[in-house]
Design a protein around this ligand. Sequence first.
Ligand SMILES: C[S@@+](CC[C@H](N)C(=O)[O-])C[C@H]1O[C@@H](n2cnc3c(N)ncnc32)[C@H](O)[C@@H]1O
Length: 402
Amino acid sequence: MFDIQVLQGIEKPLNFTGGKRPSNKGIKHTAHLGSPQTQRVISNNDAATMQQSFPMNGGDGPHSYRNNSHFQRQDMNVSRTMIEEAIAKKLDVKCFSSNPFRLANLGCSVGPNTFIAMQHIVEAVERRYLVQGLKSEMPEFQVFFNDHVGNDFNTLFASLPTERRYFACGVPGSFHGRLFPESSIHFMFSSHALHWLSKVPEELLDKNSPAWNRGRIHYTSGPEEVSHAYAAQFEHDMEIFLSARAKELVVGGMIVFLILALPNGIPASQNPYGIMFDLLGSCLMDMAKEGLISEAQVDSFNLPIHLASPEQMTELVERNECLTIERMELVNSRSKLVGPINGKEYAMYLRAGLEGIFAQHFGSGIIDQLFDSFSKKIMESSHQLESGNKEGILLFVVLRRK
Ligand SMILES: C[S@@+](CC[C@H](N)C(=O)[O-])C[C@H]1O[C@@H](n2cnc3c(N)ncnc32)[C@H](O)[C@@H]1O
């Protein structure tokens, strides 16, 4: 009767003969990752798939991600040599027949970090073609910049480097679902994005559940049931992510990602991010005591962010039969995140990424006060942050499509 092709959040009805267009509400994209032709529905609209999306602060203002993402940039620079090594040793460009060479950055935000990463990767791939004796077959490059539909793509594209050596496209939609046609991408990269869950685990909001997260905004320092609910959501999301990427990568293609992490067996309460999330939660509880917000609002708010361990990530990748682990290791960030604490700088860093999610739940009126008090609290707790686990707060992962 009908066939709907939905690519990158755009629905295009094909051969639709009915009077009223059938709804695809309730159809889960995961069910169709390997489905036959008749079920070619790839709904990657965040609203349609019930996913939550909280883009970083857009624009170019004092609180924008663009002007407050140098910690992430420093982290990415730490892994630059590792990315180059992965391309030099593991990417066999001889087995790619198609031109152009297609790259994707998943969770790109607004730059400039994404441009720096894409430039480095293009250069490393070019070197690989030269080393493999394929100078005459040097491809053109096409970069797909992906993020949620609410990302500030205008700022992203307005600041594209003029000297770039690639063609640029935007791909709106969640990476917790299909984004590209089958076997179409040669290299994917994602930095500081995969720790975002597709949604807050439902049991956290159920007052009758042991995972009801009263008085906290994250699983750090919470009961075991809360951590388990977060871990289960992360596993569900990553399974979808990996299965979608396995479909989209060409054979021999590669995905490299950097994700916030915890070493095996280390509690989140010893991780700089865990400590900061607890501090943000206690700022909110102080505001509730002052009557600026209600305790019920704090009880019903949870940050959809999970810190993965290498053990957990290994298990998840191994469940996917199409991807092999080429390298996985914890990276010791050299960013200021583990150096001397500057409360204001930390507050600006977190605000650029989290303002949207707090404003949506508590209203934008509390934001200035929330991050002011966070910047004071973090100075008072700097000993805790400095003595926390500094080893490996990021996980560097290289996977290859079999
Ligand atoms: C901290 S920013 C990182 C941006 C950039 N990669 C960097 O390293 O500076 C995380 C980005 O991931 C995006 N993101 C989170 N979940 C996503 C999802 N499911 N699909 C696409 N993008 C997502 C956010 O919207 C945000 O722009």
